[in-house]
Ligand binder design. Structure first.
Ligand code: CO
Length: 458
């Protein structure tokens, strides 16, 4: 039996360990080797990489994708897409979602892993539909979480619903690394008995469960797992590729991976890791095992964000209190899975509740929108008192929020005449207007400087 491996070093491991700050130039030299390892796919785009390229790395994310594609010719490229949120933090109109997916395919993307933070599949429907229309692979996600309202029957029904939408595969997305081995076994087995499309597992090593959870998932017939090359594995990132490959081969599974190539890949990334540690980009905290997440269900990225927020406000001593407040906020909000943007919303609210000394004294606009139903259906009941406190007599909406949004792509394209060079620029601008504009300006300036320089040289 074959077990597929998806390598996450360029996206999720990068995002979970070093806040997505790996510039293209740091990993350019290993792309051709990554292509030879025998991975099922290379997760290399989407998630926070797009934002990070424009905001911190002065890179055009589209250009990054094209450059990766130019060197990775055989292995499928994979991205993480937040359904109607695309790669931003709010809902975008359908025309933008479709354009984004179409241009991602044109620029080289093969597999779209698509999720909605609330598992409200109305919010991934358009992205899945467009992915299929473009002839790419649509992988529908079930965000995994534990709560009094989540159980096997519910997850099986979600799998069925995704299959009926026409997805090519289903992924269980355990962003917090809280799925235990037995839960993985039961869940994968249930899904394999319920649906025909391949089932993938995405988990994190945060709590230390990652590798054993992957083992049991494989035993239950899982079709693919996500791993990160060893020196960028563990902690808040994925379990190690080499370790899992070793174990799975021992179990009699075919992985298709080449150990020697994996060693070359790891040797390439080792000095980068040393560099990131000495610059402080890679914090020892995210590399260890954090079992508190089993109680608080805080995903890796969220934990490092909470620490950063508290450090910035000189309140790191309040971390334990904030970690205890987090599950309470989550319960009040109807048990949303803690994944972007819900993880940020819950995190910011928990910090505010603790630092202000009064619960919900301040409520962010995002939480207000959530309560209004603008993010989709909450998995469970939202606390009635909180609803009343924030919304008063206003009734939440029950339709899909994007139905209320007018198309904006053509209009924005018109507005950006002379600034945006192509449709990709327009999409970058729609997702992140302020930082994209700054990026376009910097790009022009650096081009002007290059021209001046070449004239002087002559
Ligand atoms: Co993840």
């Amino acid at each position: 039996m074959k077990l597929n491996f998806t390598e996450t070093v360029l996206r999720d491991a990068n995002q979970s360990l070093i806040a997505t700050r790996m510039p293209f130039s740091d990993f350019e030299g290993i792309l051709e080797t990554l292509d030879k390892a025998g991975y099922y796919s290379l997760e290399c785009w989407g998630g926070a990489t797009f934002d990070s390229c424009l905001r911190y790395l002065n890179e055009d994310p589209w250009e990054r994708l094209r450059k990766i594609k130019a060197k990775v010719k055989n292995t499928k490229l994979q991205m993480l897409l937040r359904g109607q949120n695309i790669l931003g933090y709010k809902h975008y109109p359908d025309d933008v979602v479709r354009k984004f997916v179409a241009h991602s395919v044109q620029n080289g993307m093969d597999i779209f892993r698509i999720f909605d933070a609330l598992n409200d599949f109305r919010n991934i429907d358009v992205a899945v539909d467009e992915t299929l229309k473009q002839g790419a692979h649509a992988q529908g996600c079930i965000c995994y979480t534990t709560s009094p309202i989540h159980n096997l029957e519910k997850y099986a029904a979600m799998g069925k619903q995704l299959e009926e939408m026409g997805v090519n595969s289903v992924c269980i997305k355990d962003m917090a690394g809280i799925m235990g081995p037995q839960e993985a076994y039961d869940l994968i087995k249930t899904l394999k008995e319920t649906i025909k499309v391949p089932v993938f597992l995405h988990t994190h090593s945060t709590t230390g469960l990652g590798p054993i959870t992957c083992m049991k998932a494989a035993e239950a017939g899982c079709d693919g797992i996500d791993t990160a090359i060893s020196c960028f594995s563990g902690g808040t990132a994925q379990p190690a590729t080499e370790t899992l490959n070793y174990a799975m081969v021992q179990m009699g599974l075919e992985t298709g991976l080449n150990e020697k190539v994996l060693k070359d890949i790891n040797d390439f990334f080792k000095p980068l890791k040393t560099e990131y540690i000495s610059s402080g980009l890679l914090d020892a905290f995210v590399m260890g095992t954090e079992t508190d997440a089993l109680v608080y269900q805080v995903p890796g990225g969220m934990l490092s964000n909470l620490i950063a927020q508290l450090k910035a406000q000189n309140s790191i001593d309040k971390l334990d209190e904030v970690l205890a407040e987090t599950p309470k906020v989550r319960k009040d909000l109807g048990y949303p899975p803690l994944v972007t943007p819900m993880s940020q919303m819950v995190g910011v609210q928990a910090v505010a509740n603790v630092l202000l000394g009064e619960r919900y004294k301040s409520v962010s606009n995002e939480v207000k929108s959530y309560l209004k139903g603008e993010y989709g259906r909450a998995p469970g009941e939202i606390d009635a008192e909180l609803m009343k406190k924030v919304l008063g007599d206003e009734k939440p909406i029950t339709t899909r929020f994007a139905e209320t949004l007018e198309p904006v792509f053509e209009k924005t394209k018109e507005e950006l005449k002379g600034i945006a060079k192509n449709d990709e620029d327009v999409l970058s601008y729609i997702l992140f207007p302020t930082i994209a504009e700054k990026y376009f300006r910097d790009r022009e300036e650096s081009k002007a400087m290059k021209v001046t320089y070449s004239i002087i040289k002559k």
